[in-house]
Design a binder for this molecule. Structure first.
Ligand code: GLN
Length: 244
C-alpha cells in the first residue's frame, strides 16, 4: 500500500496546496496502485516507515508559527524517511520550514527543521504572480507552471541546488535566478496552483520514487494527460503575457 502523508494539512494548505495530495492519490488509483492518504495532524508522531511520499503545504506566517514546534519535533522522523528514499514535496511555507528559520516582516523568527541548508527572511514587498520555471528532472527539461505569493526571500546554502530557474517570476528571493531547492528526493518550491495538476511530470516522478520506496515497480503506466497539458499550456500563455 502506497502511503501519501500530508503534514498538518489543516494548517499548511494555503492556495489549494491540498490539491497536490489528491492528484498523487488519483494518479496512483488510475494505475490500479493501492494507495491511501494518511494526514499527520498536530500532536501526532510521524512514523517514517509508514510514509512513501511526504507533502508539506504552504501557510500564512501565523500558521507557520503555529506548526513550527510540532514540525521540528518530527525532524528525526523526517530525516529517517528521507534517508530511506521517501520523496518530500514542500511548497512555499513548507519549503521555508525545511530550512533553519523564517523571519517575518516584524522580525519575529520562526525556527525551521534545518533539514535543508536554507534560510528565509520576509521582504517588504510580496512576490505575487504566475510563474514559469525551467526544471531539469529525470533527464528531461520541463516548464513548471503555477503561481507564487510569498513575502519570504529564501537564500540557499552553498551545497543546495535550486529546483529550477525562473523564466517568468521572482523565484526564491525576487531576483529571478533560482526557484526552490532540490536535495536528492527532497523538493522545495514556491509554486502553488496547486502545483501538481498542471505539472503531471512532477507528480509522476514523486509517485515513481514512492513506488520504488515501497518495493513496487517505479515504471508507471502512461496516462492520457491531454487535459493536464491543455491546462499547463493555458497557464504558460497567461504567464508569458501578463506584466508584473
Ligand atoms: N508566510 C510565508 C511568506 O509569506 C509563506 C507564504 C505561503 O506559504 N504562500 O513568505
Amino acid at each position: 500500500m502506497l502511503r501519501i502523508v500530508p503534514i498538518y494539512p489543516e494548517l499548511l494548505s494555503i492556495y489549494a496546496d491540498r490539491g497536490n495530495v489528491r492528484v498523487l492519490a488519483q494518479r496512483a488509483r488510475w494505475r490500479g496502485l493501492p494507495v491511501e492518504v494518511v494526514p499527520l495532524g498536530l500532536g501526532e508522531e510521524l512514523d517514517p516507515a509508514a510514509a512513501d511520499v511526504i507533502l508539506i503545504g504552504g501557510g500564512q506566517d501565523r500558521d507557520q508559527a503555529l506548526v513550527a514546534e510540532a514540525l521540528i519535533a518530527q525532524t528525526p522522523a523526517l530525516r529517517s524517511a528521507i534517508a530511506d528514499g521517501v520523496p518530500v514535496l514542500a511548497v512555499c511555507g513548507g519549503f521555508q520550514l525545511l530550512g533553519h528559520r523564517y523571519v517575518d516582516q516584524s522580525g519575529r523568527e520562526t525556527p525551521g527543521t534545518g533539514l535543508v541548508d536554507l534560510e528565509t527572511h520576509a521582504g517588504t514587498r510580496r512576490i505575487i504572480g504566475n510563474v514559469l520555471v525551467d526544471v531539469r528532472l529525470g533527464g528531461e527539461v520541463h516548464t513548471m507552471v503555477g503561481f507564487e505569493n510569498h513575502a519570504g526571500r529564501t537564500r540557499l546554502g552553498a551545497g543546495v541546488t535550486p529546483f529550477g530557474r525562473p523564466k517568468v517570476g521572482g523565484g526564491n528571493d525576487g531576483d529571478g535566478l533560482a526557484e526552490g531547492c532540490r536535495v536528492d528526493r527532497v523538493i522545495g518550491t514556491y509554486v502553488h496552483g496547486p502545483l501538481l495538476p498542471k505539472n503531471p511530470w512532477l507528480a509522476d516522478q514523486l509517485l515513481s520514487w514512492a513506488c520504488q520506496h515501497r518495493g513496487l515497480d517505479p515504471v508507471l503506466e502512461t496516462l492520457d494527460d491531454r487535459l493536464e497539458a491543455a491546462a499547463a499550456e493555458t497557464a504558460m500563455r497567461i504567464a508569458r503575457t501578463e506584466s508584473r
